[in-house]
Design a protein around this ligand. Structure first.
Ligand SMILES: Nc1ncnc2c1ncn2[C@@H]1O[C@H](COP(=O)(O)OP(=O)(O)OP(=O)(O)O)[C@@H](O)[C@H]1O
Length: 241
């Protein structure tokens, strides 16, 4: 169980991005974080990870989240990532093995095998020696997932992984995420496409600075909840009831 209690985040410019959010996410679930622009979705991930100043507490399986930092994978929004960084696809995936290996040891044969296997799982093994700057957005996102697979994380946070990517990459990524979920990993994804939430997620967290609703997809995607945060009429084509 990932337990977020009374999480509040105020940025240095005094923007209150999150106020007193308390939510529990059962382990082994694939959960979507939804809400309008500026609702604090990215901040929820960053606050839970302690990347921004926060108050409140976050625990995973009863332990403070800081204790399992090496077993957490976080992929931030693509717009914030530097695709021009001069490394190859394989080197990028190998980075996933570093926390376990210890930062000052060089990756060896075993780490390369783990990384190549991860690349195979996302259909990117042929690109191993290509520079990441030479990938499409969808291919890059698959490589980032391969890095997560190589890391063998128990808790996976992805911020808008499907923005601007091709449908094939999205399908490959979702297949791997379903597999990770079935292996018992806990996965939190910031997602804005409400039409797919029923297909993709076991549960949802609906945010609008505060927690509006959380639970099974059907419990969260109600007319009332959606109208509250997106406004009347915004939900007619997304299957709200
Ligand atoms: N580093 C920062 N410094 C100051 N304010 C910030 C910072 N990051 C985010 N904010 C503000 O905090 C609020 C929540 O931002 P956040 O990025 O968490 O929202 P979001 O729900 O992920 O939005 P979007 O759907 O647009 O990506 C917004 O008002 C935003 O402008």
């Amino acid at each position: 169980m990932l337990e977020i209690k009374n999480l509040s985040v105020t940025y240095p410019n005094n923007v209150k991005a999150l106020e007193d959010v308390t939510v529990s996410i059962p382990s082994g679930k694939l959960v979507g974080v939804i809400g309008p622009n500026g609702a604090g979705k990215s901040t929820l991930l960053k606050g839970a990870l302690g990347m921004v100043n926060r108050s409140g507490s976050v625990a995973f399986e009863g332990e403070p989240i800081e204790k399992i930092q090496q077993r957490i994978a976080y992929v931030e929004q693509k717009g914030n990532l530097d695709m021009d960084f001069p490394i190859t696809v394989l080197q990028c995936v190998l980075l996933g093995t570093f926390p376990k290996l210890g930062w000052f040891k060089r990756p060896g044969k075993q780490e390369k095998e783990i990384s190549m296997d991860a690349l195979k799982r996302v259909g990117m093994e042929e690109f191993a020696n290509r520079q990441i700057s030479e990938l499409s957005g969808g291919q890059f996102q698959r490589v980032l997932l391969a890095r997560t697979l190589a890391q063998d994380a128990v808790l996976i946070f992805l911020d808008e992984p499907f923005v601007g990517i091709d449908i094939k990459s999205e399908g490959i990524i979702m297949d791997q995420l379903f597999k990770l979920r079935d292996q018992g990993k806990t996965i939190l994804i910031v997602h804005h496409d409400l039409t797919k939430v029923g297909k993709y997620f076991d549960g949802l967290i609906l945010l609008n600075k505060r927690l509006v609703a959380s639970g099974e997809v059907d419990e969260v995607m109600t007319h009332d909840n959606l109208a509250k945060v997106f406004g009347e009429g915004a939900f007619t084509d997304i299957g709200g009831n």
